[in-house]
Design a protein around this ligand. Structure first.
Ligand SMILES: Cc1ncc(COP(=O)(O)O)c(C=O)c1O
Length: 400
């Protein structure tokens, strides 16, 4: 009987060991202390300060997810800057588009630049108009999505930039960290990301007014959550009939996190830069060894820092795509097709209800990633030998 040997499993999940023994021990040590506080308190504040220092911004607000960060940022933007259009990519996480809709913005979409997977900056510029309230740009899987021309034009026209850096902790543009260029930036600390607090997110800004609004939006719109005594006094004096402890400025949310999540974040932050250097090196090895005749290898890697390796077919080849999927499964390599958010958001039922059945057809470069793009896990203890072996496997697959 002719029995084919099963291929050796590479045992390669999307993420591994992202919360370490040291992180858990930090929590256990804390829990063993006296009068242990668990709800948002000193560790949350300390994590916010340490994150701000690491990133290079004045203020950070720790919340319970990256999606909460997206929603709070747009809710505060809407409150302070009003409604209108917001430019968003069709290749992003669902919560970026959902937050725009939930805050009453009209989303305007822009196709991607295949080298960054982020919005084509020239097309963003073409779509700016009198109703544009903000550009909400996502830095996809660690690739910088900004050009100096876009930054200059937005500054000249007074249009705020919001950066979703949920997939790009530590990545840079011209040596400066992503998440420091816009009016605000959002990060996710979900398990699969560069830094994890189990679940978690951060809103970062240099803008004092936005910072105060986001702090209040995080906690029911409560004025006592604001850091500024002058602001709290203004509200107290304007509303003498209210208990000063219970003044609600906005119809808001409860998106707080806990001391435990913050402790894990503080413990993780100490090794983030070292981990990120390994991740950036892993991507270089991967892209250097992939066959450029089959796969896209010309990504804009300068300053990039990802938690997942990008595998995008050079052309729309369904035969190669099916072989890639079969080979990854056969070798125990976990993957996601469509890259961030599963590909073209405009094909999703929640968005077709808003934009119509055929809007997605206008964004062919996103559609290419939707059908022919993947991501694969990239974590610090990923064995470089496995990366080389996977490239050999992928480079030998038949094309159509
Ligand atoms: C670009 C982007 N934005 C927002 C989010 C939402 O983050 P979370 O999963 O923490 O809600 C993600 C999640 O993976 C993401 O990739």
């Amino acid at each position: 009987m002719n029995v084919r040997a099963a291929p050796a499993a590479l045992d390669w999940p999307l993420m591994k060991n992202n919360i370490t023994r040291a992180d858990l021990d930090a929590v256990i040590d804390y829990l063993r202390g006296e009068d242990v506080m668990l709800t948002q308190s000193g560790n949350v504040r300390a994590f916010e300060e340490e994150w701000s220092a690491w990133l290079g911004v004045r203020h950070s607000v720790f919340v319970n997810s990256g999606s909460s960060a997206n929603l709070l940022t747009l809710a505060a933007l809407r409150e302070l800057h009003g409604g209108g259009e917001i430019i968003v990519p069709p290749l992003t996480w669902v919560s970026d588009v959902a937050a725009a809709l939930q805050c009453g913005y009209q989303p305007v979409f822009v196709d991607i630049d295949p080298r960054t997977l982020g919005m084509d900056n020239e097309e963003v510029l073409r779509k700016l108009g009198p109703r544009t309230r903000a550009v909400f740009l996502t830095h996809i899987l660690g690739y910088n999505g900004l050009t100096q021309r876009l930054l200059d034009e937005l500054t000249a026209r007074g249009i705020p930039l919001i950066e979703d850096a949920c997939e790009s902790h530590g990545a840079t543009f011209k040596g400066r960290k992503l998440g420091t260029f816009g009016l605000a930036s959002n990060f996710s600390f979900y398990y699969a990301h560069h830094l994890s607090t189990i679940e978690g997110g951060m809103v970062c800004t240099d803008d004092a007014e936005l910072h105060e609004a986001v702090r209040m939006f995080r906690s029911h719109g409560m004025v006592r959550e604001a850091g500024s005594e002058a602001l709290r006094r203004r509200y107290r004096e304007a509303h003498p009939d209210l208990n000063p402890e219970f003044i609600f400025a906005f119809p808001a949310y409860n998106m707080r996190s806990t001391e435990i999540n913050a402790l894990i974040g503080r413990s993780q932050l100490k090794r983030l830069d070292a981990n990120n250097a390994i991740r950036a090196g892993n991507l270089r090895v991967f892209l250097d060894h992939l066959d450029p005749a089959r796969y896209q290898t010309g990504f804009a890697t300068e300053g990039s820092c990802n938690y997942a390796l990008t595998l995008v077919l050079g052309r729309a080849d369904a035969v190669l795509r099916d072989h890639v999927e079969a080979a990854l499964r056969a070798h125990g390599v976990e993957f996601r097709r469509g890259a961030s958010g599963g590909g073209n958001q405009l094909r999703q039922p929640y968005l077709k209800r808003v934009v119509g059945e055929r809007e997605h057809e206008k964004y062919p470069r996103v559609d290419h990633v939707h059908f022919f793009g993947f991501y694969i896990g990239n974590y610090p203890d990923l064995d470089r030998g496995k990366i080389l072996r996977l490239c050999e496997i992928l480079n030998a697959l038949p094309t159509g």
